[in-house]
Ligand binder design. Sequence first.
Ligand SMILES: O=C(O)CCC(=O)C(=O)O
Ligand SMILES: [Fe+2]
Length: 510
Amino acid sequence: MAPSAVPVNGFDPKDNSSLSRPTKRLRIDDTLPCSEPESEDPAAIPPHPLGVKPSGNALTSNVNLKARCGHFAILPDELLAQFLEFLDAPALVRLGSTCKALYAFTRFEELWRALFIESRPDKFQWRGSWRSTYLDLPASQQAHVDCSGLFSDVLYRPFQCTYTPLKPFTDSIPTENLIPRLADLTTEEFSTKWTNKPFILTSPVKEWPIFGKWTTEYLVDKYADVPFRAEAVDWPLKTYVDYMNNNKDESPLYLFDRSFAEKMQLAVGKDVQDAAYWAPSCFGEDLFAVLGDQRPDSRWMIMGPARSGSTFHKDPNATSAWNAPLTGSKYWLMFPSSASLPPPPGVIVSEDSSEITAPLSIAEYLLSFHELARATPGCREGICHAGEILYVPSGWFHLVLNLEESIALTQNFVPRAKLPDVLGFLRDQADQTSGFKDDVTDPFGLFVERLGRAYPEVLAEGMKKLEEKAKPKKGKWEELVKGGADDKAEEQGGFAFGFGFADDEDAEIA
Ligand SMILES: O=C(O)CCC(=O)C(=O)O
Ligand SMILES: [Fe+2]
């Protein structure tokens, strides 16, 4: 990985132990290459609203506003920015009125985002930026100060990331990386051939009653005042949509609500009267259903503007998932994981796998690591459009970018073929389980007891497979000569040193 990525926890919105992203997210290292992808038109990035330019421009300029901010001038930009995190709003406003350089530094949106979120106001109006919203400044009262002559990567880089076109990263996907696209699968096909690799189904969601009906306008009309969770805040839907339509955040606040069905009084399930949607039948039974209302969180409504999305993570409790955009489309970048595989480029996993660290934003990741990621064996990429549904196998790393404003539903589940993974996770990584209610103190024990009662043979088979997985692996040589490499390829979705795999044959690669 590039040495300059700032490691912070990756954002897994489904993991309630990391419900909020780090709120103060100033870069402290500006050595990241500021190159733009070749296909990109540099003119697409507008001038910085305060006239700030990247640090390198100071070399050819005979003015430097930073030199004129008294004792603060000796602080490197990174340190100055970190110092400002300790100030409250009145102190930021006062300090910002002393000179142009400090004005620009104290305007930094991440500072105001953190202050606003901490302040948790009951009522407010979104005013286009975190600072204006915190200070309740109407557009007519927002100052426009020209700070040209200030050269700072710390201030410029997030702005660059906000305006760098991201679509070019999602074009021209190499054929070998393409996530297979199929109309639909039978339960048999899914369980025998497709549980270990991502795929997109183009038919089932088009049958849902809410497909074609749910649009942002429709939902705002119906649920304007209903609060939905967006990372660390609960905002009425109309406020979130105001934000979504008018913000300049590098990583826009992402609506990810696990109680949407209750809040919107939706009926869910194929044979349920007036159901809004259901899980496609190919996925078969969901073994976590045996946990009843003690199952961990399992469904979410997701909404966000173009450029919002999820940074690299794996889904909780080794569950598998499906994700279905109802409007907009999503770019997916995915990697299999196993004890013997490195994590995706630019992602660091702690020794016990409990922490995943990755660059701060999707834009930052794509700018710094996309080329390498795309060339890494095992990489899978695809675009899931409105009305389609993507399958995320248990344990796969994924990064997701909304290419347009999008509303989606996602559900996590345990298909039978993935039972050993889930049993193993609950048993061996008990400290990393998430989404269970507080009264569930032993998720493994509870799951084994309930599954044993409902489907004893399924549990016995799952435990047997789990034990088999733990047996010492064949040596490398044996693997190569006796075909072990192929077993592994199947395990990891067709990726391995090998000669191509027949079970992708019926995939329609678009
Ligand atoms: O739609 C997204 O941002 C992706 C959400 C996700 O990670 C998932 O469904 O597992
Ligand atoms: Fe996920």
